[in-house]
Design a protein around this ligand. Structure first.
Ligand code: 3H9
Length: 719
């Protein structure tokens, strides 16, 4: 709703009231219509100020209303009524003015922002475009190139940038409403014609066609199949080339297509999933966030390899003091140089001073005695990590949280090496740790809720999508990746090429196909893990290797490449070839193709034609099937947790919502049918065996994804 007050005797003050972000729900829209009418018809009122309660102007249209039938007054006529008012209307922007919130402000005649405010049109991130006139007004106000940059990316700008761009008229460090009321008084009675943005054409832009062509090309490339960014360019083009009324019609048409699209549903699902995961429930539905996180002032990182360095930077950037420990002097000096460089570059990008003095370097583990939290990031070896944990237990003050950065090892086993297993959690960072968005917080059966709450809050402070997951081999992300990669290997055996598999996955929207990704992260990583699992047989290179190991189909292709010294980008050769070690441009390698031919001949395999559909079904459904196992095992609290992990850490295209959302969109019955089909063809591949949860969900009528939680609980209670 909206509240109305008369202030300074002649200013009508309208306050949006809809916590927490004053979203434009039906009640708020009705409130604005009513209060604007009241202010305009009151002869005592000379000008009007619109603000939001609780330090936030407006977070835009109410996204929760999108799925249901529209009630209440629509936005567009409401903004027109404000713009055509005969008294000046001033927006007082505190906190955020986003989406419909900024569109409301653009309908006003003047905009005053607090210096800490952020403004933007993020609709594209929800699979939409600013369709309450934003795509038509913003280019008219700030010019086509700047509007394209904001609308196609959804980027938020600071008040200072908004002032520079001409979005706001004034920035204040003081009380924004007071400043806006003062401003409103000063402009009372002035002619409003020049302030009505819709009445102006866009500022002149030379060579408009070339500009749009270039932008469209760039947007298509980065959109990776998402349709909203393209519609955003088309809408701005309409603003630049058509009269306002026709431009609005084009905006409406484009929005109509987007609004009901599967992509918009997927992106809006991601928005809510990220927030739900932040509340990190237990699989049972119980919530742990009632447990108060511990205050953290001082942290330590043990082991300064690539991961340890990134973690040190991430910690220092959140404002913590960090003791960075590496036992070898040479490595310590190298790490110091690398960490300082990363901190300096990061600070330059963010326009702040580098936090160099927040990091203290030491060769001695005793230096961590008084820290509140330690993140161990030594080499991925359980014996080594065990030793470090034993040392830490002896050195650290009572109550210090002990976290292990592991991608697969048993967190509970490490916890059992300490006298206080409740203080142990896993923090699975992704390289580079100061850049990558995802953090899996792994709780063992004995981790205390407070320890997990503290790790989750630390992740949030680092700006990460933090997801609490249970303890199992590979946790959630890597456990699901295993069948995905194995299917890709099997497809090569059966006749596919790395190029074909990668193309299918990249057309689906992955940032990188499985083989390009494997070349980037290093083939030796998986080789080492498979060796640890006893899967790699000696003599593989001689061709004597078997393709059934530990009772199931196994492809030794990755091992064979490693035996050839082909570790991927770092050696200049892997599934592709590179101009030089470290180069990023993957080129087809004729050697690899003849190697695959020879391998198939050696094993009596006849290459067959494999199409993109089969690549997607086998790789993605195998991954999704593992996701259902994970839900069944209670390792992830819900499908949202899995989806956030895949979208923020594994390059899954956000506009497809994550693997579990995708399964829901494709239809659970179809996923089950295809898994059964492939399982019949490949009975020696256990990961194609449909999970019992998937079967049960299909048998119970394939409930929509938001009802899976209920269904899972019911299924478990029937056991
Ligand atoms: C639009 O405007 C379309 C128009 O162009 C025209 C259409 C015709 N609606 O993020 P937080 C909830 S599209 C409903 O944790 P923060 C959110 O779910 C919209 N609910 O807080 C959460 O709920 P819960 C374009 C919303 O302080 C709670 O508020 N606008 C909305 O970290 C707190 O959210 C956007 O895309 C909403 N619009 O960040 C802006 N926004 O507590 C989306 C939030 O139950 N919003 N909620 O989990 C944001 O970016 C951030 O929420 C914001 C605050 C920066 C505002």
């Amino acid at each position: 709703m909206a509240e109305y007050n008369l202030v300074s005797e002649c200013v009508g003050l309208i306050t949006l009231r809809n916590p927490p972000v004053n979203a434009l729900s039906a009640a708020v829209r009705q409130g604005i219509v009513d209060t604007v009418q009241r202010a305009l018809s009151d002869p005592n009122v000379k000008s009007v100020v619109i603000c939001g309660q609780n330090g936030i102007f407006c977070g835009g249209a109410d996204i929760k209303e999108f799925g249901s039938k529209m009630t209440g007054p629509p936005l567009i006529p409401m903004f027109h009524a404000i713009e055509s008012a005969n008294k000046p209307v001033v927006a007082a922007i505190e906190g955020s003015a986003l989406g419909g919130g900024l569109e409301l402000a653009l309908g006003c005649h003047y905009r005053i922002a607090h210096s800490k405010a952020r403004l933007g049109l993020p609709e594209v991130t929800l699979g939409l475009l600013p369709a309450a006139g934003g795509s038509q007004r913003l280019p008219r106000l700030i010019g086509v190139p700047a509007a394209l940059s904001l609308i196609t990316t959804g980027r938020h700008v600071t008040a200072a940038e908004a002032l520079q761009l001409g979005i706001v008229d004034q920035v204040t460090d003081h009380n924004t409403v007071d400043a806006a009321v003062k401003f409103a008084l000063s402009v009372a009675g002035r002619s409003l014609g020049p302030r009505r943005i819709s009445a102006h054409p866009c500022p002149q832009q030379p060579d408009l066609d070339a500009l749009f062509e270039e932008v469209m090309q760039k947007v298509r490339q980065s959109a990776r199949g998402a349709i909203a960014p393209i519609a955003c360019v088309q809408a701005v083009r309409a603003a630049a080339t058509l009269p306002y009324a026709q431009g609005m019609e084009r905006e409406r048409e484009l929005m109509a297509t987007l609004f009901t699209s599967g992509q918009a549903r997927a992106l809006q699902y991601c928005f809510f999933a990220e927030r739900a995961v932040g509340r990190w429930r237990m699989p049972s539905g119980a919530r742990w966030d009632t447990s108060k996180p511990r205050p953290l002032h001082k942290a330590a990182v043990i082991g300064l390899g690539i991961m340890g360095r990134g973690i040190t930077v991430a910690l220092a950037q959140t404002g913590l003091s960090v003791i960075a420990v590496e036992t070898q002097e040479k490595q310590l000096m190298e790490a110091k140089q690398a960490i300082s460089g990363m901190l300096e570059r990061g600070a330059k990008r963010r326009g702040v001073a580098p936090a160099l003095d927040r990091v203290i370097y030491s060769q001695n583990i005793q230096a961590v005695a008084d820290v509140d939290l330690v993140i161990e990031a030594v080499f991925e070896d359980i014996a080594l990590k065990t030793k470090v944990f034993q040392q830490l237990s002896a050195v650290c003050k009572p109550g210090t949280l002990l976290c292990t950065n592991t991608s697969a090892l048993d967190v509970d086993q490490l916890a059992s090496e300490t006298p206080n297993p409740e203080l142990v959690v896993g923090m699975h960072f992704f390289a580079p740790a100061h850049v990558m968005k995802l953090l899996e917080v792994v709780y063992g059966p004995r981790s205390s809720p407070q320890a997990v709450a503290t790790a989750m809050q630390l992740g949030k402070k680092m700006g990460k999508a933090s997801v609490a997951v249970g303890n199992c081999r590979g946790f959630v992300g890597n456990r699901m990746l295993k069948p995905y990669i194995e299917e890709a290997f099997f497809l090569l055996e059966e006749g596919a090429t790395p190029e074909l598999v990668d193309q299918a996955l990249e057309e689906f929207g992955f940032a990188m196909g499985v083989f390009r990704m494997s070349d980037l992260s290093g083939l030796d990583v998986g080789w080492r893990i498979r060796k640890g699992e006893g899967l790699v047989e000696p003599g593989t290179a001689s061709g004597r290797s078997t393709r059934i190991r530990q009772g199931r189909r196994y492809s030794p292709l990755g091992d064979l490449l490693c035996e050839e010294g082909r570790f991927g980008q770092k050696t200049g050769r892997g599934w592709y070839q590179y101009d030089k070690p470290g180069s990023r441009v993957a080129r087809s390698d004729p050697w690899l193709h003849s190697f695959l031919g020879a391998y198939r001949a050696q094993h009596g395999l006849v290459a067959r034609r494999i199409d993109h559909q089969e690549v997607l079904e086998r790789c993605l459904y195998a991954l999704i099937n593992e996701g259902f196992h994970i839900l069944d095992d209670g390792i992830a609290a819900g499908p949202e947790d899995i989806d956030v992990i895949y979208v923020s850490g594994y390059g899954w295209p956000r506009h497809r919502g994550g693997p579990m959302f995708y399964a829901n969109m494709v239809g659970l019955a179809k996923v089950l049918e295809r898994l059964e089909h492939y399982q019949q063809l490949h009975p020696e591949v256990p990961h194609l065996q449909p999970s019992s949860l998937l079967r049960k969900l299909v048998a119970s009528g394939s409930p929509p994804i938001h009802k899976w939680g209920e269904a899972i609980k019911k299924l478990h209670s029937q056991l």
